[in-house]
Design a protein around this ligand. Sequence first.
Ligand SMILES: Cc1cc2ncn([C@H]3O[C@H](COP(=O)(O)O)[C@@H](O)[C@H]3O)c2cc1C
Ligand SMILES: O=C(O)c1cccnc1
Length: 329
Amino acid sequence: MGAYLNTLTKPQGSLGIVEEIAVQLSRITGNKIPDITLPGILVFAADHGIATEGVSAYPQEVTAQMVHNFLDGGAAINVLARQINAQLEIVDIGVATDIDRKGLLQRKIRYGTANFLKEDSMSRSEAMQAIETGADIATSMLDKGINCLLLGEMGIGNTTSSSAILSVLSEMDAMHVVGAGTGITEEQQNYKKQVIRQAVVKRQPNSDDAIDVLAKIGGLELAGITGAILAAAERKIPVLIDGFISTVAALIATRLYKEAAEYLFIGHKSAEYGHQYAIKLLKKDPILDLGMRLGEGTGAALAFPILLAATNIVKEMATFESAGVSGKV
Ligand SMILES: Cc1cc2ncn([C@H]3O[C@H](COP(=O)(O)O)[C@@H](O)[C@H]3O)c2cc1C
Ligand SMILES: O=C(O)c1cccnc1
C-alpha cells in the first residue's frame, strides 16, 4: 500500500497522516481500496453509583434525559451522525431508570453500577455479560453492512470510573489521570482524586485481569464499548474511538486481546486531562485536536471524514503514469 501511495500524483508522503491512515485501513480490511462508506455509531448509556459522591457537575438523571434527547435527535451526536450519514443506535446497557422508548436498544444489565467507593461496581459475571452485549450489538450492526464502527457513551460519573481504571492500568496516581469531566471545580477535582485513591485501595482491582478491573471500578457502558471493539476486530472492521472514556474502554479491550489495537483509530485528543496518558498507553496518535470534551462519539464522528478521505485518495487519485506527470528525479 505504501508503495502504491508513492505512485500517486503528489510528492511522496505529502498527505502526511492521511497516508498513514490509508495504510492502516488497507491492512485492517485486507483491501487496497478499503470500503468504509457505511459508518455506524453505537452509543452505550449507563449510570454510575459513584455519581452520588458528587464527582460530576451534573446530576445522575441527565443520563436518562440525554437518552431521550438522543432518540429525539437533538444531541450533538445526532447532528454529527446526520452530517456523515451514519446509522446511529442508542443502547441502554445500564441506565438507572426504565426508559420505554421505540428505537432504543434495551439491553440493561442492571440499574446502574454500585458506588465503587463502597462496593464493587458490578459482579464479574455482569461485567462479562456487558462485554458480550456490546459484542452482540456491534455484530448485528456489522451484519447489516456497516463497515466502519464509531463508538460513544453517555453516563454521568463515567470520567471518575474511567480515571480510576486508567490509574490502575497505568499504575499512575489519580493526580495524573483526573480531569474536569463535565466541568467540576478544582476543589471538586481534588475530592474526585481522593475518591479514586480510596476506592482503588478498597477494591484492590487486579491490574493483570481487565475483567476484574471493569467489575470492581468500571461501568456498564465501558464494558459495552470493550465488547463492540472485540467484535469489530474479529470481523476486521475499523473502529473509530472517541475521547477519554471510550479510549479507556479501548485499553481494556487491548488488555483482553492485544491485536485489537490494530483496528483502532483515536478520533480526537480530548481536553480531559488523563486522555494524553490513555493514548500513550495505547501507542496511538489522535487524528483531531479540537479542544473537545463531550463524549457521545462526537470526536469519532468528526474524524470519520478524514478516514473516508484516505480511502478516496487511494481510490480516485491519478498515478504519475496515468496522468503523464513526471516522477521524482
Ligand atoms: C448534558 C450532557 C450531555 C453529555 N453528553 C456526554 N456527556 C459526557 O459527560 C459525562 C461524563 O462526565 P462526568 O464524569 O463529569 O459526569 C458522560 O455522560 C459523558 O458522555 C454529557 C454530559 C452532560 C451533562
Ligand atoms: O473525552 C471524553 O470522552 C469526555 C470528557 C469529559 C466528559 N465527557 C466525555
